[in-house]
Design a binder for this molecule. Structure first.
Ligand code: ADP
Ligand code: MG
Length: 257
């Protein structure tokens, strides 16, 4: 049975999509079967793995709103072992359209049930909000991975996210756990980044991954080539650290059982 990990933080630009794409590709590179589920109407994870959104006439929207089976919209990527359920701009209507549908918070969970046995990991990239799409992702997930950008105010807004996670645990998904907290975009030249690491570790303690993602030009460039870093520049620091992260995620799963 695959493990479902949602990558969530309602702040935009903290590295959710970069981490969803590159953690997934690294896990796939290590011979795991991986599915990325793009639940952000921006579709950045979709284009980030080289899928042309303009070519898609169906996406996660049709699954969530129209009950299309999820396997009908799964597509293979250029990366071995890595599939994606894409998102297109059509999804931007879903937040509102879902409000009036039955079991609106568990639609993604239901949709992924039949896919779970086919993958080792299902990684869900969340939009930058705590709306119904993120709720669906948290309700489907075994665990949630929280990227935190190494910048001033890093912890701001996290209490809101943790509150939402608690509500989901109480009402929708009792077994949801925090997978880990990932520090992203560290600029090692400044003291600020190191201070933020200290602060986040004080707060989240052993939930914080040893792997810290540095600010890396190649990581920023890769999406415009529609490639994860592991194929775009396998020798880069970014590729190295996301592989390290994948190892931590795998060993964490083994520890928990
Ligand atoms: P989110 O999904 O949380 O909105 P993204 O992953 O899209 O955040 O990252 C925001 C921007 O920063 C993107 O342009 C991305 O390419 C860039 N970026 C993300 N992580 C890094 C990094 N470690 N180094 C350099 N650029 C990065
Ligand atoms: Mg994103």
């Amino acid at each position: 049975m695959g493990k479902i990990i949602s990558i969530a933080n309602q702040k935009g630009g903290v590295g959710k999509t970069t981490s969803a794409v590159n953690l997934s590709a690294s896990l796939a590179h290590m011979d795991n079967r991986v599915l990325v589920v793009d639940t952000d109407p921006q579709g950045n994870a979709t284009s980030g793995v080289g899928i042309n959104k303009a070519d898609m006439d169906q996406c996660i929207y049709n699954v969530l709103v129209e009950d299309l089976p999820a396997e009908n919209v799964c597509v293979a990527t250029q990366v071995k072992n890595l599939d994606i359920i894409p998102a297109t701009i059509q999804l931007s209507g879903a937040e509102i359209e879902l409000v009036s549908t039955i079991s609106r918070e568990i639609r993604l969970q239901k949709a992924l049930e039949s896919l779970k046995p086919l993958y080792d990991y299902i990684i869900i990239d969340c939009p930058p909000s705590l709306g119904l799409l993120t709720l669906n992702a948290l309700t489907s997930a075994d665990t949630v991975l929280i990227p935190v950008q190494c910048e001033y105010y890093a912890l701001e807004g996290l209490s809101q996210l943790l509150n939402t996670i608690r509500l989901v645990q109480k009402h929708l998904n009792k077994s949801l756990m925090i997978e880990g907290v990932l520090l992203t975009m560290l600029d090692a030249r400044t003291n600020l980044g190191l201070q933020v690491i200290e602060e986040v570790k004080k707060y989240f303690q052993d939930k914080v991954y040893q792997s810290v993602i540095p600010r890396n030009i190649r990581l920023g460039e890769a999406p415009s080539h529609g490639e994860p870093i592991i194929t775009y520049d396998p020798k880069s620091k970014g590729a190295e650290v996301y592989l390290e992260l994948a190892k931590e995620v795998i060993s964490h799963g083994e520890r928990v059982g």
